[in-house]
Design a protein around this ligand. Structure first.
Ligand SMILES: NC(=O)c1ccc[n+]([C@@H]2O[C@H](COP(=O)([O-])OP(=O)(O)OC[C@H]3O[C@@H](n4cnc5c(N)ncnc54)[C@H](OP(=O)(O)O)[C@@H]3O)[C@@H](O)[C@H]2O)c1
Length: 298
């Protein structure tokens, strides 16, 4: 199986690379060779790689900056996936794509299901939703993996930001009224690889039968404040010297950002269990694994 994997310098792409390498020959062009901000170049590149499967975790992910770079965010997150999906539909090749909880407006407290009505609050969310819809419209065999609050032991993310700030400051003030579930890139990659290996070399057939949108996240829920508190506790238990003594819960209103974010980012994981018989890893367990990896490196 020839697999085209984008975004391997990012969190999810990096976690996917070694797992997909066990399932086929992986082509992982960086943005120099496969630039999502130039959608018109992608069909030619796809002809050259001639993949049997496209996996697209690459995206414009700068949520606040997207408010000022709308055109670029839409090109990368909507037009590029549209071109890939049209190519995939023409060639009969399945496509796995990554999407986000930020397609929802965060109203209520119920977990968002795959068929819940999206209503993005931000340009980033709108651009990702446009990508999802373009893939569905082009209609290759597709699996759109919706996930939330992604982090990994490496890279610029909430986990590493909190560890750095907790080393520098006695007090952290963290938003406590946005609820969701932190999900390690490793859990997302393990889930996608698990779904693919269950396809026994026939991803197109499996994705055609059981594809569509699929929520993939860790189990449980917390706030950013709860996540930060758990990070500090875990890292301290593993011997990290942290200055932080207090983590103060604050409201979203006290921490204004350029882009609005959903207050309720809970994703229903019912379909993951029902269709793929996969059980979600508790977020605390996934965090412990990443912290162990960080502590081992320190
Ligand atoms: N991060 C989250 O909290 C979160 C939450 C829900 C869903 N998601 C979704 O999950 C997916 C993976 O997210 P992530 O956290 O792994 O992202 P990430 O760490 O920010 O990585 C993004 C990747 O996309 C690549 N990329 C950006 N612009 C590109 C372009 N013009 N051409 C080619 N590649 C480009 C980046 O390459 P460079 O290194 O060259 O920039 C990088 O490899 C995305 O689809 C995202 O929307 C993320």
């Amino acid at each position: 199986m020839r697999i085209l994997l984008t975004g391997t310098s990012g969190q999810v792409g990096a976690a996917l690379l070694p797992l997909l390498e066990q399932q086929g020959r992986v082509f992982a062009p960086g943005r120099e060779a496969f630039d999502l901000s130039r959608p018109d170049t992608l069909a030619g590149a796809l002809d050259a790689y001639s993949p049997d499967l496209i996996v697209n975790p690459a995206a414009y992910t700068a949520v606040d900056r997207a408010e000022d770079e709308r055109e670029l965010a839409f090109r990368v997150n909507a037009e590029a996936p549209a071109v890939m999906a049209q190519w995939a539909a023409r060639q009969g090749v399945p496509m796995i794509h990554l999407s986000t909880d930020y397609v929802f407006d965060g109203s209520g407290t119920a977990p968002w299901r795959e068929d819940s009505e999206p209503n993005p609050l931000s340009v980033y969310g709108a651009s990702k939703l446009a990508g999802d819809r373009a893939i569905i419209a082009a209609a290759p065999a597709h699996l759109i993996v919706r996930t939330s609050w992604v982090y990994a032991a490496t890279g610029a993310n909430f986990l590493n930001t909190i560890i750095r700030l907790a080393g520098e400051r006695e007090e952290l003030r963290i938003v406590a009224d946005q609820i969701g579930v932190p999900t390690s890139a490793r859990v997302i990659a393990d889930t996608i690889a698990g779904v693919l290996s269950a396809a026994q070399g026939e991803p197109a057939r499996m994705i055609e039968r059981r594809g569509g949108i699929l929520n993939v996240a860790c189990g449980g829920e917390t706030s950013w404040h709860g996540f930060a508190s758990a990070i500090v506790e875990r890292m301290r238990a593993r011997g990290a010297a942290l200055k932080c003594r207090r983590i103060v819960p604050i409201s979203t209103a006290e921490y204004p950002t350029r882009a609005r974010r959903p207050a309720n980012s809970r994703l229903s994981l019912a379909r993951l269990g029902e269709v793929f018989r996969l059980e979600a890893t508790p977020w605390t367990e996934a965090l412990a694994r990443e912290c162990e990896q960080l502590a081992a490196k320190a």
